[in-house]
Design a protein around this ligand. Structure first.
Ligand SMILES: *[C@@H]1O[C@H](CO)[C@@H](O)[C@H](O)[C@H]1NC(C)=O
Ligand SMILES: *[C@@H]1O[C@H](CO)[C@@H](O)[C@H](O)[C@H]1NC(C)=O
Length: 627
């Protein structure tokens, strides 16, 4: 449907025509080799979840035995290698996966080892981006779990060692932000600051994917500097957007000139978009939301070539690369968070058809020739497609996503498993293995697979069952929306409230981007515990085609976000429990589901009592101990 626009927006119309014709032909059905598989049953989901757990331990134990305390494992030769900074990278990156798996023993001794042994006063020049998302993020999420009773994983002897390490590390990264544009250098020496010969060119993702980790650190340390520099970096990038509201891939941090003007949602840019929305979700800072809405709207207008995404020149909008690249695969997951589900479903189906064709997604797949792009033939165990599969399953409960997850497990088990862990695939056509295992395999790839099948089987984990709503970092780290993190600038009491339908107003962060609410049923949900609206097994039979945040007028960020509090402007809407002995005598909250009817009216359904198991805010429940 967007093809005509492309047709007229490119100059060489005749040259482009064959490509566009092909593009129009491509759909999820272009690869007809779809296997008919039986739908994954809850029992099978449990078995698959346990298989994923075994996959984790195969690789994690291999790392601990043969590589620790080096950064990463060489899974074929069973050795270690230092890839980032020689500071036990894979262990730090795996901490919150251990928590999800309920492994208190390994989590505790890992946190203790890190607290005692890790040091950042080392003469190493490291990537600001990778160090932030893998190490800083890993330390912060583990700190937030280890220091909090409500997670069920509190470590009694823990005394904020990881927070102190995180702060020390972040201070060593700060010199990178000292540039005229505010956009940081790509690399910094942890001991000596920015090297005088350091490149002044950095990627958009590198400068724009730091806000969550640094923002959390500011809120935990009460030092605003971390939040300020990273927000400034985002502003520096966004101020240099093109008149089409697109950003390029690489920029000079001194002059602010784009040195690579290809706009896209994949390589070099991807998580810039992701952190705009997630920084809003976690911190409630509407500046990020406004930027996201404009950036997302432009991406859907110029880059979306339903169901694929292309790269275009940021100034002219002309297509540069008709290429699927594997990093784009996070996008449908982001769209679920934005409430834009329909295009996410189509794009996921298209991307998954590439996976089915090769058993893995190559780094690049040429949409014009429908073949693997030369030079981009590898699959380095990336999580992005699995991540989107998880989010789409969470939003729709469509069993096709479990089937997809099962296919992905099969590919990894038969194609990538090697003696001490999982190997990169150097060529998806020949499934040739390579002796490397990135730390994100345990931080993300395995984590999202496990979450997918745990959700189908139970679920039994802190992400679905509370005590907080979690935002995932771009490295898959769990950032809880605790009051200290999410409500730093808001003051409200912890009492619990909900909106009457009359006070309800529809709010979709992606409204401009074409959420088609009229066509499909949209389900909304309120609960005071901050659980995902779709986590309850009550909904497992529902097919929800939209996930739109609603808000009562006058509600604060925390209330809108699902951690509900008394509405400051209308305290009289507190539900009177005294009339509802039967439904509410156990103190459990009721929540309201809104379904949009065919005539655009909203139909209210109350979920009562035991339908929604909620944790009591006054008595944080320990979930992981119950396994
Ligand atoms: C720091 O590391 C660099 C690169 O390894 C080396 O050339 C330099 O001599 C080191 N500096 C000091 C003071 O050790
Ligand atoms: C929307 O929900 C209503 C009420 O639950 C149902 O009757 C109707 O069939 C649904 N429509 C669609 C398109 O799913």
């Amino acid at each position: 449907m967007s093809a005509p626009r492309l047709l007229f927006s490119v100059s060489g119309m005749m040259e482009r025509a064959p490509f566009l014709f092909l593009l129009l032909l491509i759909s999820s059905s272009v690869f007809p080799r779809r296997c008919i598989s039986d739908t994954v049953t809850p029992r099978e989901a449990l078995l698959l979840r346990n298989e994923v757990r075994e996959m984790f331990y195969h690789a994690f134990n291999g790392y601990m035995k043969y590589a620790f305390p080096k950064d990463e494992l060489r899974p074929s030769s069973c050795e270690g290698e230092d890839t980032l900074g020689s500071y036990a990278l894979t262990l730090i990156d795996s901490l919150d996966t251990l928590v999800l798996l309920g492994d208190r023993e390994q989590f505790t001794c890992s946190v203790e080892w890190i607290g005692k042994n890790l040091q950042f006063n080392i003469n190493k020049t490291v990537s600001v981006f990778e160090t932030t998302i893998r190490v800083l993020g890993g330390l912060l999420s583990a700190h937030l779990i280890a220091s909090d009773y409500a997670t069920g994983m509190r470590i009694p002897t823990y005394e904020d060692q990881l927070l102190h390490l995180a702060e020390d590390l972040a201070r060593r990264l700060l010199p990178a932000f000292d540039t005229p544009t505010g956009i940081p250098f790509g690399s910094v020496n942890l001991l000596y600051g920015v090297d005088e010969h350091e490149s002044k060119i950095t990627s958009t993702a590198g400068g724009g994917t730091l806000t969550l980790e640094f923002g959390i650190l500011s809120r935990l340390t009460n030092d605003p500097v971390f939040e300020e520099v990273t927000k400034n970096a985002v502003r520096g990038l966004w101020a240099r957007r093109s008149k089409l509201d697109l950003v390029g891939a690489h920029i000079n941090v001194f002059t602010g000139e784009w040195t690579q003007k290809d706009a896209g949602i994949g390589t070099s840019i991807d998580s810039f978009y992701e952190y705009l929305l997630k920084a809003y979700l976690l911190f409630g800072d509407e500046e990020y939301l406004y930027i996201f809405q404009e950036a997302y709207g432009a991406a859907m207008h110029y880059l979306h070539n339903d169901p694929w995404y292309v790269e275009v020149n940021m100034d002219s909008g002309a297509i540069v690369w008709p290429l699927f690249n594997s990093l784009q695969a996070f996008w449908p997951g982001l769209q679920v968070l934005a409430g834009d589900i329909d295009p996410a479903i189509r794009t996921h189906a298209a991307f998954f058809s590439v996976w089915k064709r090769y058993g893995f997604t190559p780094e690049g797949f040429n949409l014009a020739t429908l073949s693997v792009q030369n030079g981009q033939r590898s699959y380095p165990l990336r999580p992005e497609l699995i991540e989107s599969t998880y989010w789409l399953y969470k939003a729709t409960r469509d069993p096709r996503y479990l089937d997809a997850g099962r296919d992905m497990i099969t590919s990894l088990q038969y194609g990538a498993r090697c003696p001490c862990g999982y190997c990169h695939i150097s060529d998806v056509e020949h499934h040739k293995q390579e002796d490397h295992m990135e730390s994100f395999f345990l931080a993300e790839t395995v984590k999202y697979l496990w979450l997918l099948f745990d959700l189908a089987a139970g679920p039994d984990n802190i992400v679905e069952n509370g005590p907080y709503k979690y935002t995932f970092s771009t490295e898959g780290h769990l950032f809880p929306a605790t009051p200290q993190v999410s409500l730093a600038k808001e003051h409200c009491s912890y009492l619990g409230a909900f909106c009457w339908s009359g006070d309800m107003r529809i709010e979709s962060p992606s409204m401009e981007a074409g959420t088609e609410m009229g066509k499909t049923n949209v389900t909304k949900f309120y609960g005071r515990d901050g659980r995902s609206s779709l986590a309850s097994s009550t909904y497992s039979a529902d097919h929800v085609s939209g996930l739109i945040k609603g808000s009562c007028p006058g509600l604060t960020h925390g209330q809108k976000f699902g951690i509900s509090y008394i509405a400051s402007t209308s305290p009289d809407i507190i539900y009177d429990h005294s009339n509802d002995h039967n439904e509410y005598s156990d103190g459990r909250i009721h929540s309201v589901i809104y379904n949009q009817g065919p005539d655009n009216t909203w139909i209210e359904t109350e979920m009562k009592g035991n339908d929604i198991p909620v944790s009591d805010a006054d008595k944080p429940q320990v979930h992981l101990d119950e396994r």
